[in-house]
Structures are given as C-alpha cells and as structure tokens.
Design a protein around this ligand. Structure first.
Ligand SMILES: [Mn+2]
Length: 140
C-alpha cells in the first residue's frame, strides 16, 4: 500500500502523463510544491516499489501497477471534487479540502460517495431539493 505522500506523487505523475504525455522531475516538483531533489528521491523509491521505471535523463514511465493505481487516485480526487461541489461547498475551498481528505477515506467510503454523486447526477431535482434544505438551514 502506498503512503499518502506516495499517492500524491503517483496521482500527479499519472495526471502529467495523461495531459502532457510525459512527467519531468521539474514538473512534478512544481505540481507538488516540493524541491526537485525530493522528487528524485521519491521517484527512486517508487521505482524500487515497482510503480514506475525511472532512468536519469530519460524520464519515467508508470508500470502497469502504477498506471492502475494512478487512474484510481485521479478518479478519487475528481469524485471528491464533484461530491463537495454537489453538497454546496464554495469553489475556492474544494481543491484544498480534497487534498486534505482524499488519503484518509477507505475505498468503501469512496464507492458509497460515488453512489451518492450518481444519485444526484441522475436527477437535477435532487440537487435542487438539497439546495432548498441548505437555504432553509442558512436562514434559520
Ligand atoms: Mn489529489
């Protein structure tokens, strides 16, 4: 099982490869707001644990195991953003809040939150009803 820090790295590497086609140490460092030397160290650890293959000066590629986990981590992040948005959390809080909670929920909870998001997406009246409850509570 990857630690929360390892999860952040795998998630960002997966995202970078998905959007740019590659993931450089400098880009990972920028995305995670850490020093390039920390990235190099972590990337070497992820290589040892078989999440990716890293060749200095040649870049890195995710292994099948790294890709599978990366995909789930990106899905989890996006799902939690959707969830917070649906329940009415202000946009400016969403990213930071997701970063704070994403590593601390079981996949069981993630899947059930997935059901709830689905429930609200299926019928926009459900979102409106929730909004009405929120407005009522805010006024009282
Ligand atoms: Mn994240």
């Amino acid at each position: 099982m990857p630690t929360p820090t390892m999860e952040d790295y795998i998630e960002q590497i997966y995202l970078l490869i998905e959007t740019k086609g590659y993931a450089r140490v400098s880009a990972i460092a920028e995305a995670l707001q850490v020093k390039p030397s920390s990235v190099t160290k972590m990337v070497q650890k992820l290589d040892r644990d078989d999440y990716l293959n890293y060749e200095k000066y040649q870049g890195l590629i995710l292994t099948a195991k790294g890709k599978k986990i990366g995909k789930r981590l990106v899905y989890r992040h996006e799902l939690l953003e959707q969830f917070l948005h649906i329940i009415g959390v202000d946009d400016e809080n969403i990213y930071r809040d997701v970063e704070g909670i994403e590593h601390h929920l079981s996949w069981n909870s993630i899947d059930r939150i997935g059901d709830l998001v689905q429930y609200f997406e299926e019928d926009s009246d459900r979102q409106k009803a929730l909004e009405q409850t929120r407005n009522k509570l805010e006024k009282s």
